[in-house]
Design a binder for this molecule. Structure first.
Ligand code: B12
Length: 214
């Protein structure tokens, strides 16, 4: 469908107004929020990643594309929330210290919320101490960490160590993700789960927490 390629193009161009009007049009046409996201907004960001890698796009343009994507995302968020069914399990989520990438983390957060999890999204640049205090304060059953840089991946291990030092490690399931993170890395640092995308992330958290009482 043309609307998907137009939407991707608008993300690549960082044209927020165009993203908004095409997203609105897609919603009105009855296209599912998931398709708008995957085939339009995220496929545009995929292309942005490739152009950046090829040095055909630079940081300021990336930021403008991210803003445009987020404008579309804000419009489809309520459509995901409509599917929600309440469950009392709590998840603390954030992008680790030193890392400001938040699109993937926010998607995982959104999807968990739409499946009824109580999500405490700590945002970006979250220190191990902040993960620990948020998990403690909310009595969360799960800590979910995102890292997009090879240089910030070690903070995931530091956070797991901090959970252990604070007596929380056996009370929370830890799940990790982000483009450079692999299942092998997750196992190596002692995480309980790993997922490559937002859909698998939700399935994995559901599986991990199925043993916890509500
Ligand atoms: C947009 C972007 C930015 C934007 C971020 C804006 C924002 N608000 O997030 C800006 C411009 C700020 C940025 C900055 C930088 N970036 Co950048 N950025 C990207 C880019 C193009 C897209 C990332 C993205 O949003 N993808 C779309 C989302 C939906 O995908 P995702 O994040 O992978 O998330 C999915 C999965 O990974 C998973 N997931 C994510 N989190 C979690 C968490 C859990 C718990 C689970 C289970 C799953 C999960 O589910 C998500 C949804 O399906 C990537 C390219 C790429 N290929 O990833 C580079 C990239 C990540 N950036 C990179 C770099 C180098 C940088 C900078 C260091 C550049 C610089 N010289 O300044 C800075 C670092 C700033 C910092 N301290 O964090 C490199 C990282 C290389 C590496 N391996 O270390 C990449 C890979 C580009 C490249 N090829 O070189 N960046």
């Amino acid at each position: 469908m043309f609307i998907f390629s137009d939407l991707s193009r608008a993300v690549i161009d960082g044209d927020t107004e165009q993203v908004k009007s095409l997203t609105q049009e897609a919603i009105e046409t009855g296209i599912s929020p998931q398709e708008i996201l995957d085939k339009g907004l995220l496929s545009g960001m995929d292309e942005v990643g490739k152009l950046f890698q090829a040095q055909e796009m630079f940081i300021p343009e990336l930021m403008i594309s991210a803003e445009a994507l987020n404008a579309g995302l804000d419009m489809i968020k309520p459509l995901f929330a409509e599917e929600s069914k309440s469950n009392k399990k709590k998840v603390v989520i954030g992008t680790v210290q030193g890392d400001v990438h938040d699109i993937g983390k926010s998607l995982v957060s959104l999807m968990l919320g739409s499946k009824g999890f109580q999500v405490n999204d700590l945002g970006i640049d979250v220190s191990p101490a902040d993960f620990v205090s948020a998990a403690k304060a909310s009595g969360a059953q799960c800590v979910a960490m995102s890292a997009m840089l090879t240089t910030t991946m070690p903070v995931m291990k530091k956070t797991i160590d901090a959970l252990l030092e604070n007596g929380l490690r056996d009370k929370v399931a830890v799940i990790v993700g982000g483009a450079p993170v692999t299942r092998e890395f997750a196992e190596r640092i002692g995480a309980d789960g790993y997922a490559p995308d937002y859909l698998t992330a939700v399935e994995t958290v559901e599986k991990l927490l199925s043993n916890f009482d509500e």
